[in-house]
Ligand binder design. Structure first.
Ligand code: NDP
Length: 370
């Protein structure tokens, strides 16, 4: 179990000033002082591998608290009820969760189910009048993503996408350096995202539930990373697919895709997304005056990195603990994150994914309008 003490032990430096909660207090200050402000009361939908990780990490969050569950598995609901002291009245299944609209003790639902289910589930949560945090990819194509954005706007609720790296200190330091001009004019980004996937019967290998293959699941980190690292929106993409095992990676489930992005300022990105190559978790950004590297770049941590100025020594944090605090501040206090995590941000990544799949098919450069 994560206690606040465990969490603080992971902070490697003191008084590091980051754009952290609330109102730019340092990370250490925020986690070491008592907090008695507003708290976001969250229900998690989908009590699987990642949902469990988020629940565990949220125990150390100060502005977000797990108060409810939505699950198709009664035995998991029982386990979570006793582990997290969740009252019966805050437990739902996939048939009855629209009733959450009558539950004044839940502010937001965090959707952590297979990708293809997000669209319908997020829209139902919005219609129930609750804020939504949705895991990446927010949907399986940009059209669905846009519909989710519109449903949340119409219901006057916030929609955030679970981009945990947008709150990770090493990542944010590079973004800060790039924004401050310390790397000079940005010329190139490389994003490598992949791992060898196991069990072929899991939902990630089923196009119906995953919406694709490695690109939907892990390639999205390189796509999203290229945008916040370069600091511009790409205007074209080219892509090539390699499939060495068509038995395992069925039609519509991509195994390995290499893709290239072009940015308006002239920078280019060269990226790789794979379900069949291990140790692929590296970002490299270079400009006329300096460079930055993260390796590992997007795993659960510790994230490690260096720049032309030397090793990065930002605090090591539990990503989901900080993410939930930051997201609570966005929802409750209107905080503006350094790198956006709203629904529109998720749709941009999906537009790029749509264009990558189109480029694989056409063999041509596809133009992008984000
Ligand atoms: P899991 O398979 O571990 O869990 C998914 C859960 O969704 C299941 O346990 C189940 O929970 C629920 N579910 C509902 N319908 C289905 C269905 N038809 N098939 C399978 N499960 C179903 O997946 P993950 O937790 O790894 O991934 C869930 C989401 O989180 C994905 O969108 C993934 O991309 C994202 N993710 C994000 C990560 C990040 O770092 N941001 C890391 C890992 C995943 P129940 O029994 O309670 O109904």
């Amino acid at each position: 179990m994560h206690s606040r003490r465990d969490f603080l032990q992971k902070l490697t430096a003191s008084a590091i000033t980051l754009p952290f909660l609330p109102n730019s207090t340092s990370l250490e200050e925020f986690y070491s002082k008592p907090y008695d402000g507003p708290v976001l009361r969250v229900a998690i939908m989908g009590l699987g591998g990642y949902g469990s990780r988020v629940a565990e990490a949220m125990q150390s969050s100060k502005m977000a608290k797990l108060v409810g569950v939505i699950s198709g598995t009664p035995s998991k609901i029982k386990d979570w009820q006793s582990k997290y002291k969740i009252p019966e009245k805050n437990c739902y299944n996939y048939e009855n969760f629209d009733q959450i609209k009558n539950n004044a003790d839940i502010d937001a639902v965090y959707v952590i189910t297979p990708n293809a289910l997000h669209h319908n589930q997020v829209i139902r949560v919005a219609k129930a009048g609750k804020h939504v945090i949705c895991e990446k990819p927010m949907a399986i194509n940009a059209k669905e993503g846009q519909e989710m954005v519109e449903a949340c706007k119409k219901a006057n609720v916030k929609l955030l996408v679970g981009y945990r790296m947008h709150f990770e200190p090493h990542t944010l330091e590079i973004v800060r350096m790039r924004k401050a001009g310390e790397l000079g004019k940005i010329t190139f980004f490389q994003g490598l995202s992949g791992f060898k996937i196991g069990d072929p019967s899991q939902w990630r290998m089923n196009k119906q539930l995953a919406g694709g293959g490695a690109m939907m699941d892990i390639g999205i980190y390189a796509i999203n990373g290229s945008r916040y690292m370069v600091g511009e929106e790409p205007i074209w993409v080219t892509a090539q697919e390699t499939k060495t095992d068509p038995q395992k990676f069925k039609e519509g489930v991509d195994e390995t895709i290499t893709f290239q992005l072009g940015f308006p300022g002239g920078a280019v990105a060269s990226c790789l997304s794979s379900y069949n190559i291990n140790n692929l978790d590296r970002f490299f950004l270079t400009g006329d005056n300096g460079f930055a590297e993260l390796f590992p770049a997007t795993g659960y941590g510790p994230i490690k990195g260096r720049t032309h100025k030397g090793e990065l020594n930002q605090p090591i944090v539990t990503h989901q603990t900080v993410q939930m605090d930051e997201m609570a501040a966005i929802i409750l206090q209107g905080k503006q994150p350094m790198v956006p995590v709203d629904g529109e941000e998720g749709v941009k990544d999906l537009k790029i994914i749509d264009a990558i799949y189109a480029a694989v098919k056409s063999g041509k450069k596809e133009n992008l309008k984000l």
